[in-house]
Design a protein around this ligand. Structure first.
Ligand SMILES: Cc1ncc(COP(=O)(O)O)c(C=O)c1O
Length: 341
């Protein structure tokens, strides 16, 4: 059996249908603005999220960074949750690209408390950096794949907008949040100024993300994307995969969530402490994270050690029932070595 790769939902390979879509894509030059497949993907993304316009980017990181650049000035402060991707995993880009200061607040499973956010705004005084942007992450990756309650998303936007700040939604896994809650991606992002979402995670496309927002803002995003080297020429090849993913891979996300739950149940039966996943991610406590990762890899189960004593496993389109059974069986066999004392 092939190793079951649950390091991340970024490891997926195109399905045969997606390969056909890529092969048959109509191409142009997207930097010159005439790649019809990219234009179609952008229109689809804007329509799905109920916004005016969308911009195709090579990565979720770039989509987030374009949003931060568009919605702030150097010297501004941006509020994020402590586990947020732009703070932890984007190479210091907000400081490098936008000259902003990030301020982290501790959330509950990655979910910001609007009261804490409101309390983080400071008086208008030249001593204090002005808070000009709030970023929320839905689902919250480091929070265990937790989807935001819709009331909190709405409240965060209210807090921002009533204080002359903007709100950005890092929806790398926004469609997982939709699948987990039944609240549509458009409704979730309704009050945000910008939303980024990834095609290359649960949706199963090889590359690409979108930034959506109003027309004027997204138009300005063209300059930022170009400046960051994110202008891609025959990008229709990638956009075709994205269109295929939006058409075919959203409704199936609940299968990934059900498999993550099955995996958690199996691990609990084998003696591990594994909370019931709220979407496609599972965090498991072990005695030694890096050692456990290596041991599991030797037995054909790939996952990531995310701390000294925790592993993360993520289900996705290339993890089937047999893969889950294999993983449960390997965790069971290795329980004596892996479990914390
Ligand atoms: C919540 C979140 N935001 C943004 C990103 C960035 O996406 P990319 O890897 O495409 O830059 C990721 C990637 O894992 C993510 O988990």
């Amino acid at each position: 059996m092939h190793p079951v790769d649950m390091r991340s939902d970024t490891v997926t390979r195109p399905t045969p249908g997606m390969w056909d879509a890529i092969r048959n894509a109509e191409l142009g030059d997207d930097v010159l603005g005439d790649d019809p497949t990219v234009l179609r993907l952008q229109d689809m993304a804007a329509e799905r999220l109920g916004k005016e316009a969308a911009l195709f980017t090579p990565s979720g990181t770039m989509a987030n960074q374009i949003a931060i650049r568009l919605l702030t000035q150097p010297g501004d402060e941006v509020i994020v949750e402590g586990g947020a991707h732009p703070f932890n995993y984007e190479g210091g880009a907000p400081a490098m690209i936008s000259g902003v200061q990030l301020r982290t607040l501790a959330g509950n499973k990655g979910i910001l408390d609007p009261k804490d956010v409101a309390g983080a705004f400071r008086p208008s005084d030249p001593h204090f950096p002005p808070v000009k942007l709030i970023c929320a992450e839905d689902t919250a990756n480091r929070g265990g794949g937790t989807p935001y309650p819709i009331e909190i998303l709405d409240e965060l936007c209210k807090v921002a907008h009533s204080r002359d700040a903007h709100a950005h939604l890092d929806g790398a896994r926004l469609f997982n949040a939709q699948a987990a809650t039944g609240v549509s991606a458009a409704r979730r992002g309704k009050h945000f100024d910008t939303i980024s979402f990834c095609l290359s995670k649960g949706l199963g496309a090889p590359v690409g993300s979108l930034l959506v927002g109003d027309k004027a803002l997204i138009h300005r995003g063209l300059w930022v994307r170009k400046a960051l080297g994110g202008g891609m020429r025959q990008a229709g090849l990638l956009a075709a995969a994205g269109i295929y993913a939006l058409d075919h891979h959203i409704d199936r996300l609940s299968e990934d969530h059900a498999r993550a739950q099955k995996l958690a149940e199996g691990l609990r039966t084998a003696g591990y402490s594994a909370p019931t996943p709220l979407s496609n991610m599972l965090y498991v406590d072990v005695a030694n994270g890096p050692e456990a990762q290596n041991k599991l890899e030797e037995h054909g189960v790939r996952c990531l050690s995310v701390s000294a004593t925790a592993l993360r496993l993520v289900t996705h389109i290339n993890v089937d029932d047999a893969g889950i059974e294999h993983a449960v069986s390997v965790f069971g066999q290795l329980a004596d070595e892996l479990l914390p004392n």
